[in-house]
Design a protein around this ligand. Structure first.
Ligand code: SAH
Ligand code: SF4
Ligand code: F3S
Length: 439
């Protein structure tokens, strides 16, 4: 029996998919990339922007034909898009050949749900309307043998006015630190070198736990685990990035000097409408503190253009802050209205052409900054964890610096999984090339 899984969205979804895979493998399924061979096809979906949703329906249309060649094939749709109210019914109507719709809160039920779906006359829909207790000890079939995702908390309480995530991922729930540390030790003993802590807002970690523990405490415990080389985390909210956290990172061995701090906009008026809880001034102060404590820090961000009511002046503020902040990279998005969020109902939605024009300007500015900052890397010696062969040139090796920049080098495949020293010799906007100078 074979399963095939397609994943949209963020690292949360990638890790959920590892757990779905783990559960299916435990009951005898094997993974396949050949659709005609699959007995189960799962689409694990995202709904943070509208485009992602359109793609899922288009993909379902393409998958329908495999049902005729394999009448036993089960098609399932899960994840954030499926978690939205009435989406299950919508899928049942628009794609009645779908066998199962499940949400984000009941992924551990997949094996049973597939069994039930086999006998169901119509699309089986099981979407829990809210989160329940965290289910621990689910198996995970990890996609990468060096880098592992470790969820430290689920959900989000922030309700930024544009964002659908709190509605589809529920309220914040932290895992007990003992569970997390146990998982880290297992990963270290299984040869994993890098871990990525996952949460929508990792610096809220622990606020909901009975015993007082915060994200900095957790990082400190993780830093002491032998065998692991690198610790990363995603995502931290600029409002909650404490001095304690900065100092913990500065004083640690393994926590990488990469700070991903989504700014979203550079206009205080828009930041307020977004309910982000900081101003451009306090944001710039925060990153100045980070750079003071960790001089080699790399900084990345997320930015949305075309939030409702964004004027030319507001957008000019964003460009100004981007110029001042000098991010190594920025993930830029065009605002997409999401049903049920306050921003979708706000007046003065920005026309698509204006959004596109602003998006392009932002991209041009950021690309120039990324290129300039990468040029400054020339001649520097960087620690690179070799992750595999390069996607663009399979004869070469590819890895990442502690600051999360991609570096391509010539070298033997035996170096995969090792941390090497590389002298940077060439630099582009998105990657660097270098020469190995030692281990
Ligand atoms: N929890 C993380 C990431 C959430 S989603 C955080 O708080 O940063 C990832 C990114 O998608 C966000 O940072 C934001 O830039 C973008 N995003 C969220 N909702 C969006 C929307 N409605 N339209 C466009 N981009 C959006
Ligand atoms: Fe969405 Fe804001 Fe929560 Fe991030 S912090 S997931 S942007 S609501
Ligand atoms: Fe998308 Fe859900 Fe992540 S909406 S961005 S997959 S939390």
């Amino acid at each position: 029996m074979f399963y095939h899984i397609e994943i949209w969205g963020c690292q949360m979804n990638e890790h959920d998919a590892e757990i779905l895979s783990g559960m299916l493998e435990q009951i005898g399924y094997r993974k396949t990339e050949v659709l005609s061979q699959a007995d189960v096809i799962i689409l694990y979906t995202c709904c943070v922007r509208e485009k992602a949703e359109h793609k899922v329906f288009a993909r379902l249309g393409q998958l329908k034909k495999y049902k005729t060649t394999n009448p036993n094939l089960l098609i399932a749709v899960g994840g954030c898009m499926a978690q939205q109210p009435e989406m299950g019914e919508d899928i049942r109507v628009r794609a009645p050949y779908v066998d199962l719709v499940f949400g984000t809160h009941n992924i551990h039920r997949l094996p049973q749900l597939l069994e039930e779906a086999k006998d169901a006359e119509v699309t089986l829909i099981e979407v829990w309307d809210r989160e329940r207790e965290i289910v621990e000890n689910l198996p995970a079939s990890r996609m990468n043998k060096l880098k592992a995702y470790v969820t430290i908390m689920y959900g989000c309480n922030n309700f930024c006015s544009y964002c659908i995530v709190p509605y589809v991922r529920g309220r914040e729930r932290s895992r007990e630190p003992e569970e997390i540390i146990k998982e880290l030790k297992e990963l270290a003993s299984n040869g994993f070198k890098e871990i990525m802590f996952l949460g929508q807002n990792v610096n809220s970690y622990g606020k909901d736990l009975a015993r007082p523990v915060d994200f900095a405490d957790l990082l400190l415990q993780a830093d002491a685990i032998p065998g692991l080389e690198r610790i990363r985390y995603m995502t931290s909210h600029p409002r909650d990035f404490t001095e304690k956290l900065i100092n913990t990172i500065a004083g640690s061995q393994k926590i990488c000097e990469h700070f991903h701090l989504p700014i979203q906009a550079g206009s205080n008026r828009i930041l307020k409408l977004m309910r982000r809880g900081y101003t451009k001034e306090s944001y710039l102060e925060l990153i100045a503190k980070v750079r003071e404590a960790v001089p080699q820090a790399t900084l990345t961000t997320d930015i949305i253009v075309g939030f409702p009511g964004e004027t030319d002046e507001d957008f000019a503020d964003t460009l100004e802050v981007i110029t001042k902040a000098r991010f190594d990279q920025a993930y830029t998005f065009i605002y997409s209205p999401r049903k049920g969020t306050p921003a979708a109902e706000m007046p003065d939605q920005v026309p698509q052409e204006v959004k596109k024009e602003r998006f392009q300007k932002l991209l041009d500015l950021q690309n120039r900054i990324s290129w300039e900052l990468n040029q400054q890397m020339l001649g520097k010696i960087e620690e690179v964890l070799v992750e595999g062969t390069s996607k663009t040139d399979p004869a070469k090796l590819s890895g990442r610096t502690r600051g999360n920049k991609i570096v391509v080098v010539d070298g033997p495949e035996e170096l995969i999984g090792h941390v090497i020293k590389v002298k940077i010799e060439e630099a582009q906007t998105w990657s660097l090339q270098g020469k190995i100078i030692g281990e």
